[in-house]
Design a protein around this ligand. Structure first.
Ligand SMILES: O=C(O)[C@@H](CO)OP(=O)(O)O
Ligand SMILES: [Mg+2]
Length: 414
């Protein structure tokens, strides 16, 4: 069987916001891999650059000579070599020449071509055939902040985790049930609600953070009782989007509130305690390591305190957090760092230091399902990938398929 790369093709496709992104096909003698890159709206400043400054089209024009020719003839199994070559072709520290999104699509498509060359699903090709754990889905229920319109809550994502679900089917249907129930509760509170949704398929209502939190908790309880499983509320504050450097305050525009870092710690701690939060992402902005450290000290024993913008899937930044006890979980988005091998390096560092890796979609997505395989392959106990919407269910339905293929399968330990 040959996994040697015979051809690499790139095309411009649509993402879920109607923006251009790239899809890459990698062909070997015996296999084929395809991957597409997502895009963020609330991106961290230290993420690699998604696309070159002049857009995608110029790269597409000289892709054959500049990229494909360099990869043809190389074994698609050699992820480290492929990623090194891609970074060399790019030649910049932040991958701004080729663009991290183009590099990540090639890196992932190559791994998929390798797995297909050996007739194996990606999760077992990367993770080995002893894998038998499925991650719990963090489902997105209400969208605010950078993912929704003007009158939506300031907080970006109101999420839930069906921690009592016994299998992935039960888990994803519990999340979709909570999503429906939240829609009903919003309509009951606001008769003029149009049913509008945000970028990740969560409702985008005219609600304060507090009302959204209350409705979310009520729906978790009601659906949890109905289904006989525990469902816990969670959130992504995406606080880099709230932070104003000049005022040195978190600005809650919808609420007309300003909070300094200390007040933000108290505010978030109170939410964790009041609502028995399971997971709290980016409660502080990307440079506020002190805020993360203080909240982790106070609440890290009862809630996952997760860093996204602060770490951007970068092992060096994660090490900085480990050194000061900032957070106990990390969001993993391959396109924040640009390659599969660097993504793995960060996951390994997280696990070696007791940080929970949480594989995540972006707000701008395609129907690419690769992250479902990565979460299983690298034993990440949680995956954040929405609850409804075509580009979100692509990953959730793939997890259902993966679970059916596995032997002696269980949900991850959380
Ligand atoms: O902040 C986040 O965690 C993500 C995904 O939910 O949003 P974006 O892709 O816009 O960065
Ligand atoms: Mg986030």
């Amino acid at each position: 069987m040959s996994s040697i790369i015979e051809d690499v093709e790139i095309r411009k496709i649509l993402d879920s916001r109607g923006n251009p992104t790239v899809e890459v096909d990698v062909l070997t003698e015996n296999g084929f891999g395809r991957a597409a890159a997502p895009s963020g709206a609330s991106t961290g400043i230290r993420e690699v650059t998604a696309f070159p400054e002049d857009g995608i089209d110029n790269i597409m024009n000289d892709f054959g000579s500049r990229v494909a020719l360099e990869l043809i003839g190389i074994d698609s199994q050699d992820t480290n070599l492929i990623d090194t070559i891609l970074k060399e072709i790019d030649g910049t520290d932040n991958l701004s020449s080729l663009g991290g999104n183009i590099i990540v699509a090639i890196s992932l498509a190559t791994a998929k071509a390798a797995s297909s060359s050996y007739n194996m699903p990606l999760y077992s090709f990367l993770g080995g055939n002893m894998k038998n754990e499925i991650p719990y889905p963090l489902g997105n229920m209400i969208n605010g902040g950078a993912h929704a319109g003007k009158n939506a809550p300031d907080i970006q994502e109101f999420l839930v985790v069906p921690v009592g679900a016994k299998n992935i089917t039960e888990a994803v249907f519990a999340n979709s049930r909570v999503h429906k129930r939240i829609g009903e509760l919003i309509k009951a509170k606001d008769k003029s609600f149009t049913g509008g949704k945000g970028d990740e398929g969560g409702w985008a209502p005219n609600l304060t953070n507090e009302d959204a939190l209350y409705i979310q908790a009520k729906a978790c309880e009601e659906v949890g009782d109905e289904l006989g499983i525990e469902i816990r509320p969670s959130m992504d504050v995406a606080a880099s989007s709230l932070w104003d450097d000049k005022q040195e305050k978190y600005v809650y525009e919808r609420e007309g509130m300003l909070r300094n870092s200390g007040e933000q710690v108290d505010f978030v701690e109170d939410i964790i305690n009041t609502y028995n939060m399971f997971f709290m992402e980016d409660p502080f902005h990307e440079n506020d390591f002190n805020g993360f450290t203080e909240l982790t000290r106070r609440s890290g024993n009862k809630c996952l305190i997760c860093g996204d913008d602060i770490f951007v899937t970068n092992a060096e930044l994660l090490q900085k957090g480990i050194d000061v006890g900032a957070a106990n979980a990390i969001i993993i988005k391959p396109n924040q760092i640009g390659t599969l091998s660097d993504t793995y390096k960060t996951i390994k560092l997280a696990k070696d230091n007791g940080y929970v890796p949480v594989v995540s979609h972006r707000s701008g997505e395609t129907t690419d399902e690769t992250i479902a395989h990565l979460a299983v392959a690298f034993s990440c106990p949680l995956i954040k990938t929405g609850a409804i919407g075509g580009e979100r269910i692509a990953k959730l339905n793939e997890l259902i398929r993966i679970e059916k293929q596995m032997i002696n399968v269980t949900m991850a330990k959380i």
